[in-house]
Design a protein around this ligand. Sequence first.
Ligand SMILES: C=C(O[C@@H]1C=C(C(=O)O)C=C[C@H]1O)C(=O)O
Length: 199
Amino acid sequence: MDSGLHRLLRERFQIVAEIGKTKGPDESIIRPAREAAVIENRLAAHEGPMPADILVHIWRVLIGGACVVQRPFTLHIAGALDTARFLYGPISAALHADAADAVAALAAKPSDLAIIDTATSSDWWSGRGKAHAIGRYHTSSGGVVVVLGGEGVAFGAGPIALVAQDGDAPREVDATVLGPDDDVIGRYHPFPLVIPVAE
Ligand SMILES: C=C(O[C@@H]1C=C(C(=O)O)C=C[C@H]1O)C(=O)O
């Protein structure tokens, strides 16, 4: 059983490496909407005693590993280590004192990702420059964590936009009701599960 699983995983990573070669040097290898679709497809086909959150956890580690195989990158983390590990697994990480530091590190290397617990800063969005939200997750402790991609990371295809307007705190709106002056900081596919974090 384990040999068969292992063989399939090796095959998956071979295919992932081939897909990576088709992505251009100026294009991000991370496709948040595709990742969400991959997991939604697994959840839709799921049955049996394995808990759905275990399924999601395994696939998130596979996807994080797949991304890093296609092109190495670092997670710049401000107060969201559990969420970062849940979403991307054991890949290279840098811990930052606050959101501003993490966003500055992302600006220096836009192909990395920043993962920010919004409780670490009341205005994490104001210094983000060309970074934009590619994911927004709720945690089991009631927190909200935002994943920021640098320039070039494709927006998700979902209908939700996360908007900052006139310096107000970001709010979620349906993309179809956005006005011309709205400052869209990210669009993403809604994620079905709450991220479990250590208390
Ligand atoms: C494999 C790809 O690259 C990345 C890894 C994915 C995966 O492991 O399923 C999905 C989307 C991308 O973030 C792809 O673009 O298809």
